[in-house]
Design a protein around this ligand. Structure first.
Ligand SMILES: Cc1cc2nc3c(=O)[nH]c(=O)nc-3n(C[C@H](O)[C@H](O)[C@H](O)COP(=O)(O)O)c2cc1C
Length: 346
């Protein structure tokens, strides 16, 4: 994309003037406006592997396989879940602005990249979705230390309705023994993955120095890399074996968490779409109740460790994502985003 002198990718996509919605009139204009919220969704490595086509009365949602992560995520499970998080944001924004939103998964089954069709209408808006709207702008992935505080019963109850969707479910694990064993699995996953040159080379391609003008990838500061060395962060990750320090740090964060969370379901595309939508609802609800989360997904992508997570979580279907949740008071860390114009399918 063209670089403009006063364009700050970290800020601009989040600075949405809601009142501008009143100036758009056709359903197509409204759908395009709602995409401003869809692009704020989270995605693995912040690759933003989505594209959208405007249909006149809604949006076609596509997976952008040119943005896949072949080493970190060879089966594209996280890619599909990432696209699904943007569908949830679309639903929420539609509801907030008073629109009904009909989502169909895989509307043309032979078309692998077309993941969903979204039809908007002036009908009945979904109020449960609209309630999550404020969190769309304030959600972020907090990889820093949290307060040493257990999950409160009140918050567990608030999160309850956000732990199942279709075939996808969330297990919230608070007991110390299981959390300790899962922390060991996280340690093993980090030791293996971060010592793998192909993995760190791919990861380094998605790490951005703090002053980057790119609109995708993860800022070094968001990963806990000090600002002084952020300029050389991709080189550090590519060149040095940081597996031991990463494993030690992440397993300690897992042990200290208020709870670990296993999002699970089957591996079919439809199930992954449900899992991604459940993820976004859950982390938006967490944001809403002033809680934080971060991911530990490296072990989930290794078959032997995935099986261990499955057994520790006591589930019959497949672990898809592993997260910690907790409390803290850290201000939001910036994240990069591509603009709506950049993600519209030609
Ligand atoms: C499916 C999925 C998997 C993710 N896996 C990881 C992970 O293993 N480790 C990590 O630090 N962040 C992970 N993330 C978080 C993304 O890196 C993060 O969403 C992205 O950088 C954008 O930042 P934001 O969430 O603060 O907007 C994942 C996100 C998604 C949606």
């Amino acid at each position: 994309m063209e670089e403009m002198e006063d364009y700050d990718a970290r800020v601009t996509p989040y600075m949405i003037d809601e009142s501008e919605f009143a100036a758009v009139h056709t359903l197509e204009e409204k759908a395009k406006f709602l995409l401003r919220y869809a692009v704020l969704a989270p995605s693995g490595h912040n690759a933003q592997p989505w594209q959208f086509g405007l249909t006149g009365d809604g949006v076609l949602v596509y997976a952008d396989y040119s943005r896949r992560l072949p080493v970190a995520n060879p089966d594209d499970r996280e890619l599909i879940m990432s696209v699904a998080t943007s569908i949830t944001n679309l639903r929420i924004a539609a509801a907030h602005f008073g629109l009904a939103c009909d989502v169909r998964y895989l509307p043309q089954p032979g078309k692998k990249d077309l993941l969903a069709s979204v039809k908007l209408s002036e009908g009945q808006a979904d109020h449960r979705m609209a309630d999550l709207f404020p969190a769309v702008l304030t959600r972020w992935t907090n990889r820093f230390e949290y307060d040493d505080k257990k999950l409160s019963e009140a918050d567990r109850a608030e999160l309850g309705p956000f732990t199942t969707l279709g075939g996808a479910s969330i297990a919230i694990i608070t007991d110390d023994v299981t959390r300790g064993k899962l922390a060991d699995v996280i340690e093993q996953g980090d030791l293996k993955r971060m010592a793998d040159k192909a993995f760190t080379r791919e990861l380094s391609d998605w790490i951005r120095p703090d002053r980057s003008r790119k609109t995708d990838g993860m800022l070094a500061t968001a990963l806990g890399i000090p600002p002084l060395v952020s300029g050389v962060a991709p080189w550090i990750v590519r060149t040095f074996n940081t597996s031991k320090s990463q494993a030690k740090k992440e397993s300690a964060l897992a042990r200290a968490s208020a709870a670990l969370v296993v999002l699970h379901g089957e591996d079919e595309t439809i199930n992954l779409l449900e899992a991604g939508e459940l993820l976004e609802r859950f982390i938006l609800k967490l944001t809403f109740v002033s809680m934080f989360y971060s991911f530990f997904n490296l072990p989930v992508e290794l078959d032997d460790l995935r099986a261990k997570i499955q057994s520790l979580a006591g589930i019959d279907d497949q672990p898809q994502l592993l997260l910690r949740i907790g409390y803290g008071a850290r201000p939001k860390t910036d994240s990069l985003r591509r603009s709506v114009e950049d993600v519209l399918k030609a």
